[in-house]
Design a binder for this molecule. Sequence first.
Ligand code: ADP
Length: 756
Amino acid sequence: MSTPDETTSPATSPVKLGILTSGGDAQGMNAAVRAVVRTAIRLGAQPYAIYEGYQGMIDGGDGIKKFDWDSVGSIMHRGGTLIGTFRSKEFRERAGRLKAAANLIEHGIDHLVVIGGDGSLSGLDLFRQEWASLLEELASDGRITREQAAAHPTLMIAGLVGSIDNDLVGTDMTIGADTALHRIVDAIDDLASTAASHQRSFVVEVMGRHCGYLALMASVAGGCDYCLIPENPPADGWEEKMCAELKRGRDAGRRDSIVIVAEGAQDRAGNPISSEYVRSTLEERLGEDARVTILGHVQRGGTPSAYDRWASTWLGHEAAKEVLAATTNSPGMVMALRGNRVTGTDLMEAVQDTRKVPELIAAGDFDAAMALRGGSFTEMRQIFHELAEPGRVEPGSGAKRVAIVHAGGLAPGMNTAARAAVRLGIARGHTMLGVRNGFVGMRDGQIEEMTWDDVEGWTGEGGAELGTRRTIPSVEHLYPISRSLEEHGVDALMVIGGWNAYQAAYLLHSEKDRYPAFNIPIVCVPATIDNNVPGSELAIGTDTALNVVVEAIDRIKMSGSATKRAFVVETMGRYCGYLALMSGMAAGAERVYLHETGISLGDLYRDMEWLRESYENGRRLFLAIRNERASEHYDTEFLAKLLEEEGKEEFDVRSTILGHIQQGGAPTPFDRLLATRLTSNALELFREGWADTTGRSNKSWYIGLQEGRVAKEPLAHMMEHVDPTFRRPLDQWWMELQEVFADVSYEPSTPLHDSL
Ligand code: ADP
């Protein structure tokens, strides 16, 4: 047994907070643990790690360890959970929970943060409810004193959802789901190339016993042909329909067919649909080779994605704040991401809603099961049907000609957006036109009709097959552009791109009275790695760039692990600090320098003072991320030289400008899904524009994600929402995350920047 802490009186000792991970492991748990530990220290509490889930609490001894700031250093890039997880049978029994309570009291711990699935969280709630009676029993038996019991009348709890299935009702994303999706989509991309070479069908089984999130999102992001999920079983005779759809896809130009099966897939009568059954059905009915790949535990493996690191850091930070602010009357809360914000939800309500889904599926109430999964899940199911439906829908009487153009810098996911726009547009009865080489190509008449199979294989391709240019049309180009639009009978324009794309669209829209060809619905879809366009919290391509940056920083940090070293890494983003701050948060940097907050001499002086002291006290690695435009004169080279001068013999300095690798690479699942969802919504908006025949109102918009929803803003008012000098939105939601970054990155003794 470990020695009990001498004092447990809250008046004389800091609040003690335990943190544990329980149930299935999930990528991002380490980032959450790190954030809970460091935020607790920042707020004056003493954190304790509880090893192997609830079992560590029951066993006591080395299962419960005091953690300090450095205990959680350099753990974010590691998969799984560093403090271990376990499915503890003993904790399900009151006797086990009694032992657990005794061990917590021994350490004076009465605040608990648990990261786990719905099982772990309901166990936590039960423990909280029983706490007073457990302590009463322990005191009666003389295992703790009456004073100890009186000093800890309540167990304060906060839960975080760690589950790769993304199955907790009421949250957008659970910890680990994004990384699992990365693993699955990577595997689908790999399989697609071999399947295409042999003209073969693949059946891929993914995790999800009661939740089809991974299967459905992987099907959309991977450009698959058919998908079977538990919440929405296929109608009787689905085998025939599936084979017919796959055959039509082949006839329309596909070289491979991929069917995704969630492990809990079933038919309407509740009979399981196995991946092997799907395979044999395909082989028998289509008469060609079909193979099964069961992804299994690969989905839990590897390095956590950038999202699972920054989102889990934010969640952990808020969980620590929540539990430390809790009072004896507070209900148990689970901290979850809703609409891209962390919010607290009643823990047991969330668990009960989650448990309703399998019950509804078992009762055959599939509509209600789908409804609990939320609006965007149902929307994606519909979009997937349209995307996978091959071939040409003959244009009806209301058929329109819709042109797609890219403009601005290259962003991964532009191809995904163009593919989705073409296929969804065709499915909705339009003629889709592709403009090559941005507005320059539009001026030169490089516009041609695009067919369903023209965009085959574009889902996972980086780059932009249609080409993109940064050029914003000049006044003399407006006439040839208008002629070109007229000649091709363009009824609507989808502009997919970044800052310059938005400026160009704005210009055309402003000139609609002079050039009737511009008096058509125009919708801007955000696609830029800089994440600096208005109306969308995230642009297509930003998540991919962030993952590239974080992966590069992981390698850079590793290269410095053998010596004492300081790194300065420069990211893109122009005047927008999103990539710098978020990569700093996801890769565990000590400092970020942004244009929004600037770099002052005072900041640098304090940073150098701190750094020198920190290296003297044993620091081995320092990482600063600098946005490319953070300061005109204090550039990356200057920062590196400053560090070198100050570091002298104490440490080496290396600087890296990441450059254009940030624009390359296959789009991440998130970017593919965002591209698909936004283009689908853009197509729907055109209808609204066409319906308006007055010719006077604004029928052009820029769209994007705002608090988790697709929102639209009128293009005519765009300039009121941006800072034209520094080319970024006036309101940048992520700026509030600077506080989170500061709390988990600098030791409390660190002098903070003036701006923080
Ligand atoms: P998950 O948290 O991933 O859903 P489980 O359902 O296996 O995984 O739960 C993990 C652990 O949480 C269990 O092994 C047990 O220790 C604890 N737990 C789960 N349900 C309960 C419960 N009803 N009462 C007490 N403890 C529970």
